[in-house]
Design a protein around this ligand. Structure first.
Ligand code: PBG
Length: 332
């Protein structure tokens, strides 16, 4: 596809880089506010917020404040907000029944946001880890994470979120068969237009560390997630997972984490041409902010460059904790 350029000096690549106008004209990828999904942390309480120490600038918000934040995001033009509940040990059980409670934190937040900011899309997380005593995304039976029993619970969780008004369901658990089960249940419950953004290629990554602090899972998690999340050495497997989830009814697919897995995003986009997203995860956010706090990196520049890289890799959008900051910069 790439043709050899004519020899120097007929071709001088620096000609096209010599002026800002020419550089703009030939720029292939552009970051826009339309590309952003903003992950937020919700907690119990009223009119309060607490900082997440390992994610400078990120707050856990009570439901009323999350509704206000959603309204602000909507006015900045951010298309979607994604909810993650913070739960203490008192909310965690082996049965995880809070996960499908119509009045759990996520479902109350969905209704509050729909009231306050009806024009922003609401994405949710489907996995048992916020409600599980052992921090796992699925039921623990003996030494195993039980797949099929978990899928049944995830379906109930999905239906409760759809009933509350969620627009985009995000199964992040990596159980097999959950997309098909959720899609079938949505259709029979009359939720034909609820979309599924499958965390299709989610790796067992150390980059989720700060997120687990943010949602209160770090202390709870027993062992690791290697029997359900992907091995970081694999790439072909990601394509098979994406194909499988699309067949089962996913509207969109995600690669996660983001920056260390841009090669996967590119392969997915090239192979399937479907709406493809990446999650710039908590550890990526923490690294950039920590280096910036030390004066080693320019926060704004690395933020914009890292997000542009997702566009270049073929992503249609990015889940990023930087979303409101970026939206404000792009607005200027
Ligand atoms: C849990 C979930 C995780 C993230 C999103 N959903 C963590 C995990 O799998 O342990 C990570 C997000 C981030 O690190 O920013 N189902």
């Amino acid at each position: 596809m790439t043709q050899l350029p004519p020899p120097f000096p007929t071709s001088r690549f620096r000609r096209m880089r010599s002026k800002p106008t020419l550089r703009r004209l030939m720029r292939e990828s552009i970051l826009s506010v339309d590309d952003l999904i903003w992950p937020v942390f919700v907690m119990e309480g009223e009119d309060a917020e607490t900082p997440v120490p390992s994610m400078p600038g990120v707050l856990r918000l009570t439901v009323d404040r999350v509704a206000k934040a959603a309204l602000e995001a909507q006015s900045l033009g951010i298309p979607a907000i994604c909810l993650f509940p913070y739960t203490g040990l008192e909310d965690r059980t082996e049965e995880c029944a809070l996960a499908w409670d119509p009045n759990n934190l996520t479902n109350r937040s969905i209704r509050a946001i729909k009231d306050a900011a009806p024009d922003i899309a609401i994405m949710t997380d489907i996995a048992l880890d916020p409600y599980n005593i052992n921090g796992h995304d699925g039921f623990v039976v003996g030494d195993e994470i039980a797949n099929d029993e978990t899928v049944e619970a995830l379906v109930k969780m999905a239906l409760a979120q759809a009933d509350a008004g969620a627009d985009i369901l995000g199964p992040s658990d990596m159980m097999d068969g959950r997309i098909g089960a959720i899609r079938t249940a949505l259709e029979s419950a009359g939720h034909q237009n609820v979309t599924i953004l499958s965390y299709a290629a989610k790796y067992a990554s150390a980059f989720y560390g700060p997120f687990r602090d943010a949602v209160g899972a770090s202390g709870a998690l027993k062992g690791d997630k290697n029997t359900y999340q992907m091995d970081p050495g694999n790439s072909d497997e990601a394509l098979r997972l994406v194909a499988r989830d699309l067949n089962e009814g996913a509207d969109m697919v995600m690669v996660k984490p983001g920056m260390p897995y841009l090669d996967i995003a590119r392969r997915v986009k090239d192979e399937f041409g479907v709406p493809t997203y990446a999650f710039q995860v908590s550890g990526e956010y923490a690294m950039m902010n920590a280096a910036a706090a030390n004066g080693w990196l320019d926060r704004e520049k690395v933020m914009l460059e890292s997000l542009l890289a997702f566009k270049r890799a073929g992503c249609d959008g990015i889940l990023t904790y930087f979303a409101p900051t970026v939206a404000r910069i792009l607005d200027e």
